[in-house]
Design a protein around this ligand. Sequence first.
Ligand code: C2O
Ligand code: CU
Length: 477
Amino acid sequence: RRRNVSRRHAAQQRRKWVIAVAAVVIIALIGWFVLVDSSSDAAIRTDLEAEFKGFAPPDEVAEGSGVVEYDIVAQETTAELLDGLSTSVWALNGTVPGQPIRVKLGETVRVNFRNELPAETALHWHGVRVPNAMDGVPGVTQDPIAPGGTFTYEFAPPDAGTYWYHSHMNSTEQVERGIHAPLIVEDAISAQYSQDVAWVIDDWPLLENGRLDPNFNDPTDSTHNGRWGNVITINGETDAQLKARPGERIRLRLINAAVARPWALRFPDFPADLIAIDGPYLRSPRSADATILNPGARADIDFVVPDTPGTYEIKEDFSTQLITLGTIVVEGDPVETPSFPVPSNPDVPDWDDATSVGVDLEFKLSLSGNTWQINGEAFPDVEPEEVLPDVFTRVRFTNNSIRLHPMHLHGQFFKIIERNCEPVDEGHWRDSVLLFKDDVIDVGLIATDVGIWAMHCHILEHAAAGMLTLVTVPART
Ligand code: C2O
Ligand code: CU
């Protein structure tokens, strides 16, 4: 019996040893895999960071080459959007869209702003990397500007390109009423286009008497794709015409100021190159046809005016029906076409390996009742996410809804790296990305600008219904 017991004991001991050794081997293997994997993940990130050369090609800019000052007043006024009908609008220096701002790269913009609206407001410089305190997000980066109040915005835009500015206060109403305008940052040395023109595209929900539909935050709109208008304008006109002579070479800067509606650009009458999205140039131009301009986005087009006098249309067909946005009217004597290479940004990284690193941050987008949520939270009850400066960050947007979401991040550019599991290299930066039903889109981001930044849907009814969160980029240590 005793021998039996001791034999059993020996067998138990052996089994314990085997289990212990196996456990050690397994733990070592796991450790080795984790180590190898994380070291290659880290190595890839280092390479991705090394590929990053800034957002715009280095240009010969004399820093601090002067201040360009604008006095801008927000005020209620009327506009004739439809023939013979007067629409009461909110304007910046009397017009909708408002006072265009145009500076050269290197110059400082100073806006002495006065609010004469019957409501609090604040101005946001969409897409421009401004110092955080200038970002114009009430309750986050500044106090709202009271009726009768003033605020001075001052910043030196670091990247040339097409931007815009708009109210960030109760924006479903204020942007819709007209508190938005172009902000153009010209290259330090501009290409010699025959014309350089900004077109602000907008849609207005107008009632029969020309009055703007006052129903700004209708739950039906906000739980669907936001409020779409029945009257489309370019620079406040329903039949926008750009007059040009045959052979002219034109830079057309398209800005989507609609609160909710995307446009799918169509150039049926002449070839057009897409040269920039959301400000900075593309790595190389491509056909502008079928470019989707989501709310808030910009697209810069380079085209040569056809030789034959006549009218040529720029259209859009986002929702299947082909609509004319504006017309190029060609008349007069031909000119010699200016000849220069299409402006480009060869420094846009391809970030081929970006999809081999892990996801650092995910934003899940969903509807709960009438509230739009990001990761289950609705503004203002949100916990800011942190993104460290100067490191590659892979951000995933997951659309757990059937609606459109043009997600916009303040203060930073990013690049799409993957769309629904397919690697993507669009060849350009963006400040917003449009998600369709069930889309999962990953972007690569190297945060450069320190501060607390809004991240929200640019269907402004969605943002108003909660779809806004904050991203903190802490100061470099
Ligand atoms: Cu154009 Cu936060 O917005
Ligand atoms: Cu949305």
